[in-house]
Design a protein around this ligand. Sequence first.
Ligand code: PAF
Length: 282
Amino acid sequence: MKIFTTKQDLKSCLSEFKTKNKAIGFVPTMGALHEGHLSLIKKAKEKNDIVVVSIFVNPTQFDNVEDLKKYPKTIENDIKLLESVSCDVLFSPSVEEIYSENIASEKFDFDGLEHQMEGKFRDGHFDGVGTIVKTLFEIVEPNKAYFGQKDFQQLQIIKKMVKKNRLPVKIKGCPIFREKDGLAMSSRNVRLSNEQREIAPFIFKTLKEVRKKFGITNISEINKWVENQFKKQPLLELEYFTIAEEKTLETAETKESNKKYRAFLAVFAGKIRLIDNIRLRN
Ligand code: PAF
């Protein structure tokens, strides 16, 4: 695997592939890689000639300084994992390399997607995500880019950005990868204490129950039920639970048969914030 830390070196390596018309698959990450990331890389390997992974903990998408400071950094292990799935190129730039002197986000209009859920609770988060993903797309110029559905709102926002800016890249959303006990894989999971880790599968268990209830119960009853379930769990504090339409991500109050819905939630286990979601069937 080739490793680059500067845009220039990466671009000159990739230009060789581009002149040969090779398809480039791209998986942007913030490192602390796990099986979920590896599943995206494997998918990218299947569908492209070469795969580029970036590892960059993007400061502009963090609304919480402590969360940024404590974001796990495991570069040596990440390199081993990338080699184990035959990743071709790793781009791991410094903050200065990406932002120079000005560590700030561009302002985006994602047609309202940014005002829902994560956008309500993490100020400026999606401007930060849009800024870094657009910047990385400009550097790597991939044919296809792969994102996990755990961050479903992020995935929809990136699709919107690509469409609005007519960026020449296809965005591929990939299924959520879960631990055996159902906990959605996340780089933040390593920060959970043993006690928090033990209780965390409750999140997916609740979502699966929501999926069952969705066919037979109205949405406001489901909302109340979820809130009550979390009230009984002192180690998990529910930040939000919402059933939303997949396209607009607007909170749904009633079901319409021609629309697709998902249930989304964010939960604090101590200071560690976990998100998850599940597709619902009418
Ligand atoms: O999902 C992530 O890990 C990050 O938000 C991303 C897409 C790599 C941008 O920093």
